[in-house]
Design a protein. Sequence first.
Length: 117
Amino acid sequence: QVQLVESGGGLVQAGGSLRLSCKTSGINFGISAMGWYRQAPGKQRELVARITTVFKTMYADSVKGRFTISSDNAKNTLYLKLNSLKPEDTAVYYCATIDTELRPRYWGQGTQVTVSS
């Protein structure tokens, strides 16, 4: 049974930082590409960052230079460090496994990030 459980969201002032975690089970974490997505109210879910099995990373232009994705294979955990947060970063953040065609497959339940101005 695949489980992805996000944590670390919260309310933060603009310019602040958070670190999101995604604890996984039921998947072979070391051979799965993983990603962080977000969905703001009234908007479509979007890819924020992705990391491959060889630790190659990519970021959406809107977060490049501010967010950092990383993973710890020993802990089966994915992370997203969010720095210099802006009100427009407010969204529910989801982690997901990504298949070989770069499509999300399994999702976590999400964690809310709210940035106040």
